[in-house]
Design a binder for this molecule. Sequence first.
Ligand code: SAH
Length: 215
Amino acid sequence: MIEKVDNFLYKGLRKKLVDNLRNKGITNENVLQAIENVPRHFFVPFGLENIAYEDQALPLSDGQTISQPYTVAFQTQLLDVQPGMKVLEIGTGSGYQAAILAELGAKVYSIERITKLHKTAQYTLSSLGYQKCQLFLGDGYLGKEAYAPYHRIIVTCGAVEIPQNLIKQLAVGGKMVIPVGINTQEMLLVVKLNEHDVEITKHGNFVFVPFVKGS
Ligand code: SAH
C-alpha cells in the first residue's frame, strides 16, 4: 500500500534532492542514501506533499517545523552514526530525522513535548515500518535515563545551553550535536572525552524552533 503511494514521481524528486545536497557540500554517502530512502512526503502535513522534496523547512502543527533537508543531512553527517548505535533524539517533530537515523542502522530513542506531534510521528513511523524507533512524550531537558548511556545524541531544537542531563547520558567517547543560541544557533559538536571532560567544536549557524524547558 505504502509502496504504491511512494510512486515514481517522488522517487525522482528524492534523487534530485540528494543531488542538490551533494552540491551544497554533503559528502557522507550513507547519509545521502538514507535521504534517498526516506519518503519525506509522508512526514509533511497534508497538502504540502508536492513541495516535500524542496530543500526547505516546512510547518508542522503547533508552530513547529520539520527541519530543512540540508540541516538534517548536515547534523546527521556531523553525528557520525554507525549501525547498532543507540541514538537519542530531542525533538521528534514529524519523525523524519528519526527515520533517517533508523535507515543508518541506529536504535533510535526520540522525545517530543507536544502530544499531537508525538502521536502523528508514532503513526507515520510505524506505518512505514520503522520499528527501531521508540518515541516518548516528555521533556527532552531530562533526556531518557532508562536507556542511557547513548553513543550519540542529536538535538533538533535551539537550546540556550547544553543540558547537563544530556552530557551525563552520553557514553564516554560518544558525540552530541546540538544547536545553541538565542535567535540563531551555532551548531556544536560535543565529544565526551571522559566522565569529566568534553571537547566542543563549532560548525556554523542555523535557525531552529526553541528548545522549551519543561513538558
Ligand atoms: N526532528 C524533527 C524537527 C522538529 S522541530 C523532524 O524531523 O521533524 C523541533 C521539535 O522539538 C518540535 O517538535 C518541538 O516541539 C520539540 N521540542 C522543543 N522543546 C522540547 C523539549 N523540551 N523536549 C522535547 N521536545 C522539544
